[in-house]
Design a protein around this ligand. Structure first.
Ligand code: NAG
Ligand code: NAG
Ligand code: NAG
Length: 345
């Protein structure tokens, strides 16, 4: 008996060894392996975005696996993301960042990511993304009076930001703040005329007193002392005038830098990348063409899941023949696209 068991083990051993700890052939979009790959990708995207807000995963739209060898494979992911309320400079972990709601005029992101998983570790080979705001019609349909996103270089927006920052600086004795970028701006016209703005700031080497003497001499703190922050302001223009400003400095975060668009680091008002746009486009930070083999020949949506769909269909038939389904039996969800985590746009 013992000998028999030993023999069985002996026979099985090489077989087990031959099977790599590789992923099961096609992955479903909601498989834990797919979710782990998507989470890694989203962290990469946020970590390498230079402007605007952190994005969070809304849906895994597609995933394809290309085996490369033992414990080595490439993953091609198509992700649908939604903008959160955390600026990319914010130290708040993504899990704690609130997703921007539909009525705040949501911004969505689409990314193609090429990942490698080698010996259990992910690395990003390429990322290609773009992001855009939902259409105004969509928002107005649900909420006719909601403030819509407006151009980041709109005159009313620029005025509101400058006024708000002045107001903050005039009331705060400590660090004199400069504008880094305007993150988003919404304007409402009815029943009141209100301008909502959000902007990233950085501390200078001046106090409010220093700035009164000579504001031109106030420089952003050097990298090893940098202190970024974020402000929100609401400017009511009609029926009466009102201004609310709130700013928060994050404190020095080693390794976190802000890359200025263009060369204009002194004036602060430098959103040259966003002239005429209503949101910061992820494309500016993620535009690696090699990620998008996905959308062309290598990543045909149809070829993608045909195999697994066929497999599932066969499995369903087989199961159907053997066991009568209990009442209320639901067929398994399709492997892709995966579930929606927040909302559909
Ligand atoms: C994030 O949220 C968790 C759970 O709500 C909380 O315990 C934690 O302190 C939060 N972290 C930050 C940095 O806000
Ligand atoms: C800030 O830095 C600039 C440039 O180094 C310098 O000229 C200025 O005096 C500094 N201001 C204060 C208040 O330290
Ligand atoms: C905003 O930028 C666009 C594109 O550069 C330009 O056509 C428009 O005149 C600008 N608007 C303002 C108010 O500066």
């Amino acid at each position: 008996m013992k000998a028999l068991i030993a023999l069985i083990l002996l026979v099985q051993l090489p077989i087990h060894k031959a099977v790599p700890a590789a992923p099961p052939a096609p992955l479903g979009c909601d498989d834990p392996e797919s979710e782990a790959a998507a989470e890694f990708s989203v962290n990469y995207i946020n970590g390498h975005s230079h402007h605007g807000y952190k994005f969070t995963l809304n849906r895994i739209k597609n995933i394809r696996i290309i085996p490369q060898g033992l414990n080595n494979y490439i993953l091609l992911l198509e992700l649908h993301l939604l903008e959160t309320m955390c600026h990319v400079l914010s130290p708040t972990p993504l899990e704690n960042c609130t997703v921007r709601s539909f009525v705040q005029h949501a911004v969505e992101g689409d990314c193609d990511i090429k990942l490698q998983k080698l010996n259990g570790k992910f690395s990003v080979l390429a990322s290609k993304c773009h992001s855009h705001a939902d259409s105004s019609e969509d928002v107005l349909q649900v909420c006719p009076v909601c403030p819509l996103l407006t151009s980041l270089n709109n005159t009313e927006v620029l005025t509101a930001v400058a006024t708000a920052l002045n107001d903050h600086n005039s009331k705060t004795p400590d660090a004199y703040l400069r504008l880094l970028e305007i993150g988003r701006a919404n304007i409402q016209y009815e029943p009141a005329h209100v301008v909502f703005v959000e902007f990233a700031v950085a501390a200078t080497n001046c106090s409010a007193e220093d700035a009164k003497v000579s504001v031109e001499a106030c420089q952003l703190l050097p990298e090893d002392q940098s202190n970024f922050g974020f402000c929100t302001a609401t400017m009511v223009k009609r029926p009466s005038q009102d201004l609310r400003v709130g700013c928060q400095l994050y404190g020095h975060q080693p390794g976190v830098t802000y890359s200025h668009p263009g060369h204009d680091t002194s004036a602060g008002l430098s959103p040259s990348v966003v002239q005429g746009f209503i949101n910061h486009n992820l494309r500016l930070s993620h535009n690696n063409p090699f990620a998008s083999e996905s959308s062309s020949s290598e990543f045909p949506a149809s070829a993608f899941s045909a195999k697994s769909v066929a497999k599932r269909a066969v499995a369903d038939v087989a199961q159907h023949d053997k066991v009568p389904h209990p009442v209320g039996f639901l067929p398994p969800p399709p492997p892709c696209p995966g579930k929606i985590r927040h909302f559909k746009i």
